[in-house]
Design a protein around this ligand. Structure first.
Ligand SMILES: [Zn+2]
Length: 661
């Protein structure tokens, strides 16, 4: 391998042993080739005379090699055309790792010694073998839009520009020895055989999991840990880490004919995260199952697992679920990020008036406070934030949940277990014997649960619960339907929050625009003509969706004495709504439009998430307008961008809508 090394050092090396000479003893740190001999793999880019530290000096200064060794190697380097560093490593004078560490410390960039396991082989085709060799760079892994690349010359801006152009990714350079980089380009450009190689190298050790699995903190803070595992471990780590960083709610790992498809759900929408090459699926699934403490041998039955990890310094619960499919097992990992939970009520997106109304319902020592909305509308988060507000040493707080999504301090949480008969209703009855102050019921789904919850509210407890209805006034008729007598409900209900989650506009591509008159009129917002709204144009940062993150839209119905009377009299839902509005309550649509006017989200998004309002609105108008075609025709499902049928245009709605400040 080394042929230059066998030669005798020529007498009289050009650089005298005196270290600090302007001539320097050795090439600059990064362009480690001898400027005189840019031979094979020389890559001796210039810049050697810009007064940078010289590698040889540095190694001598640090006592890693002697001056004699340096001088001798420098001499051989001339004739061999090899890089000084590489020669030193070849000769065993400096271990590769030490050399890498020395250089990376000096240039202030991370460095690594490449080996199987640090490189995602699927990435090399992004730049191709020839360019990789020319640039002396090999992609290691991709995290979102950031590509980490091992480079022999990580400070070469032209090389980084080229990599950026070829891949469309932000480039994060990492120093590696040139011979090491070239070696792995060769290995990974040879086709799929290396995948088999590293799969067979996947030993037991690689799929061992510690009691408390810790996903490392990512390349920015702890590269060493990131690259320490096998390719499969890395890939899974990267997938988990990316999902946590991007605040995804789920990761989907599914087999397809070409390999493994990994997607994740962000802001309610599934997106491709990465693709793993064919042949890795079983290993990836096994790794995830090991993390989830599941049985990796059982591949024919669905399984569930659960684990806590620390990622990005945050405590995160993972729920792993596996399911056999035709092509192999599909795994879904639900990410429950507790730091999201520490969101205080004030941070959920309540507008001032709605927030105050909701707080008033929580300040009462007893009664029923409900949060309603469809699945995935953030009801549980709202309840947890309410609990966060209420908990304290002087309060006995108990919950019945299915499932317990987050563990809360100072809260006694009970998991419903139907198979053994621990239902919501039964757990609730037991809770009442535990001297509770505040009780949270995950969901009221049946008569039994509704009855016990109402009784608890009537007997001096504050009861929080979720219910599946579209709007706040609808909760009343829903509970009637569940068999709760009006007099019980009127006596116990404090307030109802109905909510939706609307995607917020991506700050990187937000633009101002004026919706067409038609859209506004169709949405019942004729008075908003000429008012500017915002939307996202779509950019890389938001994956071209124009949205990033979500905000809650809340309709709060505080039960006033008048409303209480109306509930007792079993008034219709639309009448309750009218009363709510008279008392200053805003509907979901009204709240949403105000949020859109504030520029947090787009009008179309609000019309989309509040579209179920339209049906109610139509019914209300039909029944309110005398002689107007008595029975409302159920409108076709609204199209997201033009949500309402023209007939929903109501003269009332605009005047009821408050202007944003
Ligand atoms: Zn954007």
């Amino acid at each position: 391998m080394i042929d230059g090394g066998s030669q005798q050092p020529p007498p009289g090396t050009p650089q005298p042993a005196g270290s600090g000479n302007s001539g320097g003893n050795g090439p600059p740190l990064i362009a480690t080739a001898s400027p005189a001999a840019p031979g094979p793999g020389g890559g001796g880019s210039g810049g050697g005379d810009r007064g940078r530290l010289r590698l040889g000096d540095l190694l001598v200064d640090q006592g890693l090699i002697s001056k004699d060794q340096l001088d001798q190697t420098l001499g051989d380097q001339k004739s061999s055309g090899k890089l000084l560093g590489e020669l030193l490593v070849e000769r065993g004078l400096v271990p590769a790792l030490v050399l890498v560490q020395t250089v990376s410390r000096a240039i202030g960039l991370p460095g690594c010694v490449l080996r199987h396991g640090l490189i995602d082989p699927a990435l090399l085709p992004l730049i191709g073998k020839e360019e990789a060799e020319r640039l002396k760079a090999i992609p290691m892994f991709k995290l979102g839009q950031t590509l980490t690349v091992a480079m022999a010359e990580p400070q070469s801006l032209p090389a980084i520009d080229t990599l950026h152009r070829l891949t469309g990714c932000e480039i994060r350079p990492i120093f590696a020895l040139q011979s090491n980089v070239l070696e792995y380009i060769k290995k990974y450009s040879g086709g799929g055989s290396d995948i088999d190689e590293f799969l067979t190298s996947l030993g037991e050790r690689d799929v061992e999991v510690v009691e408390r699995e810790s996903v490392d903190e990512g390349p920015s803070t702890d590269l060493a840990a990131m690259v320490a595992g096998s390719p499969v471990v890395n890939l899974v780590n990267v997938a988990f880490l990316t999902a946590v960083k991007d605040k995804a709610s789920d990761i989907h790992i599914e087999p397809d004919k070409k390999g493994t498809r990994i997607r994740y759900r962000i802001d309610g929408v599934l997106r491709d995260l990465m693709k793993a090459p064919a042949g890795m699926h079983a290993a990836i699934v096994s790794r995830v199952k090991v993390i989830g403490k599941m049985d990796i041998a059982e591949k024919r039955l669905p399984q569930e697992g659960r684990v806590r990890i620390v990622a990005e310094g945050r405590d995160i619960d993972l729920r792993v679920s596996s399911m056999p499919t035709l092509l192999g097992e599909k795994v879904v990992v639900r990410i429950l990020d507790k730091s999201n939970l520490r969101v205080r009520l004030e941070h959920l997106g309540f507008r001032q008036g709605a927030m105050e109304a909701f707080r008033r319902t929580l300040e009462l020592s007893h009664g029923l406070a409900l949060v309603t909305g469809p699945t995935g509308s953030g009801k549980t988060t709202t309840l947890y934030s309410a609990l966060d507000l209420l908990r304290g040493p002087e309060v006995n707080l108990l919950t019945v949940e299915d499932p317990v999504e987050y563990q809360l301090e100072q809260v006694n949480q009970i998991q419903v277990n139907e198979p053994i008969g621990l239902t919501f209703a039964r757990a609730l009855r037991s809770i009442l014997r535990q001297d509770p102050d505040v009780i949270m019921v995950g969901e009221i789904r049946d008569h039994d649960t509704a009855r016990v919850a109402v009784q608890a509210a009537l007997t001096g407890h504050l009861v929080l619960a979720t219910l599946h209805t579209n709007d706040a006034p609808g909760a009343v008729s829903r509970l009637h339907d569940m068999g709760i007598e009006p007099y019980l409900l009127s006596g116990s209900l404090n307030g109802v929050v109905a909510q939706r989650l609307a995607r917020t506009i991506c700050p990187s591509c937000a633009t101002k625009y004026y919706p067409s008159e038609r859209v506004l009129e169709d949405g019942g917002l004729a008075d908003k003509v000429g008012r500017p709204f915002r939307k996202g144009a779509g950019c890389r940062s938001c994956h071209d969706t124009g949205f990033k993150g979500r905000v809650g839209v809340y309709e709060v119905m505080e039960v006033t004495p008048e409303l209480r009377r109306m509930i007792h009299l079993q008034k219709a839902t639309h009448e309750l709504r009218e009363q709510m509005k008279r008392h200053g309550g805003l509907t979901l649509r009204d709240e949403g439009v105000l949020i859109a006017l504030e520029g947090k989200t787009s009008l179309e998004e609000i019309l989309r998430v509040t579209q179920s309002d339209d049906v109610e609105e139509l019914i209300k108008q039909a029944s309110a307008a005398p002689g107007a075609g008595a029975v409302p025709v159920k409108p076709a499902p609204p199209v997201p961008h033009q949500p309402a049928a023209p007939s929903s245009k109501s003269p009332q709605t605009p005047t009821q809508t408050r202007e944003a400040a």
